[in-house]
Ligand binder design. Structure first.
Ligand code: GLA
Length: 725
């Protein structure tokens, strides 16, 4: 069992393949404190890691200084009260308004496997073990069940908390975060991801400063602006060296990801649902389940952390549809709303000519939708545009060997829709106030069962009406008027989270009822590219910005956490509809290759020379896409950092094939050739470079590197393949 409890030391020990996590019980009252998380330590005598003799870690021997104990003790799950002035995970109020809470160890159990989390996406696996520690507040009889799961095959630990009101009075939760990690500040840098629409997932790295810092969302979605993730790394950590801790939340709504440096230079990192605007009422006997946090620790730099997350998400979180990612042609940038049956068939013929597997009919096939202002909520096909409906289209495409995919935005309602005219109350609005429109639309109140059922019935009817193999589930605005007419006043603080739970229920039903459907999530691009959505959809539209140069940066940030198999990446029209940049077709193809590959343009409008590149691009995707998506990834160079070129490498899990995709964005005056040092190969095995037949040992390629000639030109790209001899 990778989990044990040392009764003598009163220490819990969790082991992943390369890391150890220790926590212990302190004092006669049994506080649960964090002891160690990092590279594996021997299981001899962990006493040297404990500081149990050091004041004020001895609360009972030092009762007069209880507050100073609270002010610095590394709690596993800190509550507000007792003198804990740092960020708590748990903050509650009794019906009388009493805010204090003190948590002490109550019991624990260790078992193999991992339980699901009620209503929430959660990791799964057979090769894992779980520790459940129950903490208890003796005054209120509130119990906190902390779950820790470790897996045999990956250096990740899943954590979550369940808060149970076992007492006799009503409790209000004002904060219920998922996890806390307390560490000594070893000159850490903090890494977060930030951005905007069309500029998602930029990496931000800065030295940790005193006080609170981090990332958050209060937009009802995980957002384009920040990501529910933070990493702490040694200041000297690089791509492949140094200690890195990652915390990622399996959740798609408001979040707080925060690191706090206190007066003793200790770090408290917390992750969970954002306390602002949140409250949850617990009647006696009721409980609240927090989302799951995934912790990763690696001493192999940022790349080590990324590879652990990639393995974790591929093996233990993404449900179904794991491997095949069809190439596709999407109608959005090809024709926006301006299409009919014949136009789509023409796109279908283009797809068929090149062997593109799927045609995605994006926005505009339903209701009377010819622009953004109408028809969301009316999921009936527009027979004027598509006589014979999706069925006829799907069948005609099938005859050409092309599958049909469609776009929907199920969480939304247009004020100009039959659904709104029939049920204006289905929209989330605040009584007496003009509802805030964004993209001319309102948000459906997914906290209500009847609203969810109404939408689900429509979605499933569409999917049953035609041979539809793929669904792009979009969501194009933040939640603003967060108010549910179905909730009493004292439960309105639950609305934002209940919305997310409603969304999860809908997508859960969908993937259960349509197991062969490939579901892709989207939120104006990457506004909800998070682990919660990945549980339901194995791929997500990474950004509305598919322009190759900007995409390099967006994909680098995304791949810091998520496997390339999750990133939908398209060759889009040129000049870019988003930033106006002109980039060669070949470069656009290379940048898309590592993700889930598609085209988002009208192929007939490409030059003959560009068209001749399509078969090559599709062949590269067929041959090497699986290595990128399923193998181990190494970032060899970052355009974001050097401003000149980018290189990403993937090695298949059996280490037989390695692929390097290089893109020189700009040339640089007066430079020599570049040496791209490869990574991840077997040191002593021999590898042949496919284009030149040069054979070297893995060590030779890794130390000597690939020599990239100094060519004075912008926009160069090369794909290098090594096969083990
Ligand atoms: C969002 C998506 C786009 C496209 C449009 C359609 O912006 O991100 O890919 O589907 O909606 O309205």
């Amino acid at each position: 069992m990778p989990i044990s409890y040392n009764e003598q030391l009163r220490v819990f020990r969790l082991d992943t393949p390369r890391t150890t996590y220790l926590m212990g019980l302190v004092g006669s009252e049994n506080f649960l404190g964090h002891i160690y998380y990092g590279p594996t330590v021997p299981d001899d005598n962990m006493g040297y890691l404990l500081r149990l003799e050091e004041r004020p870690f001895t609360p009972d021997a030092n009762a007069g200084e209880r507050a100073s104990f609270y002010d610095c003790f590394p709690f596993e799950y800190p509550a507000w009260g007792g003198g804990n002035f740092r960020q708590p995970c748990l903050r509650l109020r009794t019906a009388q308004g009493g805010p204090n809470c003190e948590l002490f160890y109550h019991s624990h159990r260790i078992f193999s496997g991992k339980p699901g989390l009620e209503g929430l996406p959660a990791a799964y696996g057979d090769n894992c073990a779980t520790l459940e520690i129950t903490l208890r507040d003796p005054v209120l009889d509130v119990k906190i069940r902390l779950l820790y799961t470790v897996f045999e095959d990956v250096d990740a630990i899943c954590r979550s908390a369940r808060i149970e009101n076992a007492g006799g009075e009503v409790i209000n939760l004002d904060a219920a975060l998922s996890a806390c990690l307390e560490l000594d500040n070893e000159e850490f840098d903090l890494i977060t991801l930030h951005g905007s629409w069309a500029r998602e997932q930029n990496m931000d790295r800065r030295p940790l400063a005193s006080g609170k810092q981090g990332a958050f969302s209060l937009r009802g979605i995980s957002s384009h602006q920040f990501h529910p993730f933070l990493a702490l790394c040694e200041h000297t950590a690089t791509q492949e060296r140094g200690l890195v801790y990652g915390m990622n939340l399996v959740y798609s709504g408001n979040f707080l990801a925060q690191a706090e440096v206190d007066q003793f230079n200790k770090v408290r990192a917390v992750l969970g649902i954002h306390p602002d605007g949140f409250s949850w009422k617990l009647e006696p006997g009721q409980s609240f389940q927090t989302p799951e946090t995934v912790l990763v620790c690696s001493d192999a730099g940022l790349g080590g952390m990324s590879r652990a997350y990639h393995d974790f998400f591929r093996e233990h979180l993404i449900r179904g549809q794991k491997k095949h990612r069809p190439s596709l042609l999407n109608s959005w940038e090809a024709c926006y709303f301006d299409f009919d049956h014949d136009k789509l068939l023409q796109l279908g013929r283009e797809a068929a000519r090149y062997g593109i597997e799927l045609l995605v009919v994006d926005d505009g096939w339903f209701g009377k939708r010819d622009d953004e202002t109408t028809s969301l909520g009316d999921w009936q096909v527009n027979e004027k545009k598509l006589p014979g409906g999706l069925k006829r289209l799907g069948e005609e495409l099938a005859e050409m060997g092309v599958k049909l995919g469609i776009w929907m935005e199920p969480e939304m309602i247009s004020p100009d829709s039959d659904l709104y005219r029939a049920h204006p109350d289905y929209a989330m609005t605040i009584s007496g106030r003009t509802p805030t429109q964004a993209r001319s639309q309102l948000v459906l109140d997914l906290t209500r069962k009847e609203v969810r059922n109404c939408i689900y019935d429509q979605i499933s009817a569409v999917l049953r009406s035609a041979p539809i193999r793929y669904l792009k589930w979009d969501m194009n605005r933040p939640l603003i008027d967060v108010y549910s007419s179905a909730l009493p006043p004292d439960r309105q603080g639950e609305a934002a989270h209940r919305y997310v739970l409603g969304l999860y229920e809908l997508q859960g039903r969908l993937v259960d009822d349509f197991p062969d459907l490939l579901l892709e999530n989207c939120c104006s691009g990457g506004g909800r590219f998070d682990a919660g959505m990945l549980y339901y959809s194995p791929q997500i539209w990474t950004s509305d910005n598919a322009e190759a140069v900007d995409r390099l940066v967006i994909q680098e940030g995304t791949s810091l956490i998520y496997p390339l198999s999750a990133m939908e990446a398209h060759v889009a029209a040129c000049p870019s509809h988003v930033n106006g940049r002109i980039t060669p077709f070949e470069v656009r193809g290379r940048v898309s290759l590592p993700g889930c590959f598609g085209y988002e343009l009208d192929i007939d409008k490409l030059s003959p020379q560009e068209q001749t590149l399509i078969p090559e691009q599709l062949e590269e995707y067929r041959q090497y896409g699986p290595v990128f998506r399923e193998g181990d990834c190494y970032r060899l160079a970052s355009y974001r950092e050097n401003g000149t070129y980018d290189a990403i490498m993937a090695v298949s899990k059996d280490k037989k094939t390695a692929v390097v995709s290089f893109v020189q964005v700009r040339s640089r005056a007066y430079r020599r050739s570049l040496r791209l040092k490869l990574a991840g190969l077997e040191e002593t095995a021999l590898y042949r470079r496919k284009d030149t037949d040069e054979v070297r040992s893995g060590a030779g390629w890794m130390r000597g590197g690939l020599l990239m000639e100094a060519v004075q030109s912008d926009y160069l790209t090369a794909l290098t393949v090594l096969e083990r001899v």
